[in-house]
Each structure stands twice: as C-alpha cells, then as structure tokens.
Ligand binder design. Structure first.
Ligand SMILES: [Zn+2]
Length: 82
C-alpha cells in the first residue's frame, strides 16, 4: 500500500539503493513537529528540517500546507530590544 505524505498529500517517495537500485526504505520521513505522521523527501527538506532548525535556533518560521493553511508558526520576540 502506498503511503501518503501527511503534509502535502503526495505519495511518499521510495528511497533506492544507489548501487543495486532496490527499494531500501518506503516509510518516508518523520514529519514531527509539523504532523505526527510521515512525510515525503521534499517536505522533509523544505518544511520539516527548516522548522526544526527554526525551533532550535529560536528563529521565526512559518510553514504552510498545500492549501496555504499555516501548520507551524513561530514568532520570536526579542526581549530587551527597545
Ligand atoms: Zn510531502
């Protein structure tokens, strides 16, 4: 059964072995903190990883799903700024 990305709803892409071409992994990526499901490589690279970095470095970030709904937003308030 083909799994769908929990962020963009596309089919989760398989990871292939670079030499044998066999499917090595078909479960996609952990989509947390955006969703509790799995996501495709594109969402992982363009949404999930940037969100994790933004959380780690306390940077503002905004991530939208395919319909333009905000699924994650972080607004950093700088204390002490005048
Ligand atoms: Zn996706």
């Amino acid at each position: 059964m083909i799994k769908k990305c929990s962020i963009c709803d596309n089919e989760i892409d398989f990871q292939y072995h670079p030499e044998t071409g066999e499917v090595m992994w078909r479960e996609g990526h952990n989509a947390q903190p955006l969703t509790n499901g799995r996501c495709c490589t594109e969402c992982n690279e363009t949404k999930v990883i940037p969100t994790r970095l933004a959380m780690f470095f306390q940077r503002p970030a905004k991530v939208e799903d395919k319909e333009g709904n905000t699924i994650y937003e972080c607004q950093v308030t700088y204390e002490g700024d005048e």
